[in-house]
Design a protein around this ligand. Structure first.
Ligand code: PRP
Length: 205
């Protein structure tokens, strides 16, 4: 049985729809249950439901053979895993944002859920900033004076707009990716090959 780590939250529905389209028998209760481990109808796969930022940890340590994970998380964490497929859903952008007219180079404090990405972004531009790590509601920071700028995800743009912020610069185009544990790639070659094959077929359909 192959173990697949799925991200709870906003990408779960799209992940489950994609897996079902690939022919996996995902149990329908996956959307409602509080159980964090479920088996596929044919017993070929066990799904574990974890926070999106934790998917690489489960896969890197081999607790899961594979997982579905956003480019934003992979960019931030640089986990030691295979990343064979862009699954083409969960599309969004990682951006630098702030109140209209805030010059990027004058900012001293940046609030974000992506502290390593923020450090790297400003270091590459030779700008010294203080990065303030937050775990959510990042768009509040400029309004309340916690930071001049934020680095965060934008999907519809509603959260930025409703909090009086605008995109200053795009940093990264994001989407969901399949990641695979390096050892599983070799020790479970057949199952992984079958999984990849079904996903590639579905993506090219
Ligand atoms: C994400 C992201 C933005 C928002 C963007 O947060 O961090 O805040 O969605 O989406 P939009 O452009 O469609 O408005 P999430 O909803 O996951 O909640 P969080 O603030 O608790 O991280």
């Amino acid at each position: 049985m192959i173990v697949l780590a799925l991200p709870r939250g906003r990408v779960l529905d799209a992940s489950v729809a994609f897996l079902a389209a690939c022919g996996m028998q995902v149990p329908p209760e996956i959307h409602a249950t509080r159980r964090l481990q479920l088996e596929s109808g044919d017993g070929a796969c066990r799904f574990i439901l974890v926070k999106p930022v934790d998917v690489p940890t489960y896969v890197e340590y081999g607790v899961a053979d594979a997982g579905i994970c956003g480019t934003d998380v992979l960019w931030e964490q640089s986990p030691d895993v295979h990343q064979p497929l862009d699954l083409q859903f969960g599309r969004c952008r990682m951006v630098l944002a702030g109140k209209p007219g805030t010059p990027a180079r004058s900012a001293t404090r940046i609030a974000t859920k992506y502290p390593r990405t923020a450090e790297r972004f400003f270091r590459e531009r030779g700008v010294a900033v203080e990065v303030i790590p937050l775990s959510g509601s990042v768009e509040l920071a400029p309004a309340l004076g916690l930071a001049e700028l934020i680095i965060d995800l934008v999907e519809t743009g509603n959260t930025l707009r409703d909090n009086g912020l605008v995109v200053i610069e795009e940093i990264l185009q994001c989407s969901a990716r399949l990641i695979i544990n390096r050892a599983s790639f070799h020790t479970r070659q057949q199952e992984i090959a079958r999984l990849l094959d079904s996903m590639e077929k579905q993506l090219s359909w």
